[in-house]
Design a protein around this ligand. Structure first.
Ligand code: NAD
Length: 315
């Protein structure tokens, strides 16, 4: 069987597919030429660039599987593929660790003012060293603090594992999950811990840090009402999706001091987030890089290859 890998795959993914006996073509075919050429292949692997829409699917009766390296399936007509018996595969678990670690990085940054210090030191570190030393002297340790995790799925659990390893207490809210057992620490030295979810109100009022790990939502999960229920001086982190936090309400809460700092990887208006949020001194910022690590990319290649092999072999 021949697989077209049109937007690239990590070497480990190519190796696994070839070892399983598939012919892998890594030569990109332009979108406009796919209509006439994709039918030469049994399957296609894409990232976000190549679109596999209804019209393309309809002219490829040989197609047996469509693989998407990553999570989102916006570039594939999933239902239509399903109606033709074509398997659609993605790699939802591959980036969980990377996103969880980025959430922790934002928490550590906020707790020790790294976001502010990194902005100030290049400009004033040589002339106002002692002033800056004083300004950033009242940091916090994460150990002993309570982390509220909204959304106890794959990434929420990874974040919980890391936070537990740092000595934090977890409060989790997820309307669809009652409990989750996570392995904490090194595989050979670690321990298992079961997290039972609590009502949202308990999380909001009891957490020193709150981290969001939920899918896209129609209405923000954190708005004015939720901010008002939080502890004074809480830190809020969002590495999930833009739109899960009401950004107007967040800025108000930052300005009033209710929220001491926010760590944001995702924004309502990507790729042009609002300037007042980007320039807010209490915000630690990253440009939607949660899944962007070498390890996650390797895991995407590996998971995609394994799932493609299983689908094409019919198991
Ligand atoms: P998942 O499906 O494993 O977990 C999501 C959890 O959220 C589920 O347990 C679900 O029950 C829960 N949930 C749904 N609605 C909820 C609500 N209103 N309140 C509380 N919980 C709710 O997904 P995941 O793999 O953990 O991904 C979580 C989020 O992270 C997704 O939005 C995903 O798009 C995002 N993500 C971001 C990056 C990045 O680069 N920053 C990378 C990958 C994924």
């Amino acid at each position: 069987m021949k697989i077209l890998v049109n937007d690239g795959i990590e070497p480990i993914g190519k190796k696994l597919l070839e070892e399983a006996g598939f012919e892998v073509d890594m030569n990109k075919i332009e979108q406009s030429d796919l209509m006439t050429r994709l039918n030469e292949y049994d399957a296609i692997c894409v990232r976000s660039a190549t679109k596999v829409r209804k019209d393309l699917i309809d002219v490829c009766p040989n197609l047996k599987a469509i693989g998407r390296g990553g999570v989102g399936l916006d570039n594939i007509d999933v239902e239509h593929a399903g109606s033709k018996g074509i398997a659609v595969i993605n790699t939802p678990a591959a980036s969980s660790r990377s996103v969880g670690e980025l959430a922790m990085a934002h928490m550590l940054t906020l707790a020790r003012f790294l976001h502010q210090s990194n902005r100030e030191m290049p400009a004033n570190g040589d002339t106002k060293f002692n002033d800056l030393k004083k300004a950033y002297a009242k940091g916090y340790e994460l150990e002993g603090k309570t982390l509220g995790i909204i959304g106890l799925g794959r990434i929420g659990q990874e974040t919980a594992r890391t936070a537990l390893g740092m000595g934090m207490t977890i409060l989790a809210y997820d309307p669809y999950v009652d409990e989750a057992t996570v392995s904490v620490g090194h595989v050979s030295l670690g321990f298992k811990h079961t997290i039972r979810t609590v009502p949202m109100q308990e999380l909001l009022s009891g957490s020193d840090f709150i981290s969001l790990h939920i899918p896209s939502v129609d209405k923000p999960v954190l708005g004015r009402e939720e901010f008002s229920s939080m502890k004074d001086g809480v830190f809020v982190v969002n590495c999930s999706r833009g739109g899960t936090i009401d950004e107007d309400a967040l800025i108000e809460a930052l300005n009033s001091g209710k929220v001491a700092g926010a760590g944001l990887d995702v924004f309502e208006n990507e790729p042009t987030p609002r300037k007042d949020l980007l320039s807010h001194p209490k915000v630690s910022l990253t440009p939607h890089i949660g899944a962007s690590t070498e390890e996650a990319q390797n895991k995407i290649g590996e998971e995609l290859a394994q799932r493609m092999i299983a689908a094409l072999r019919g198991n």
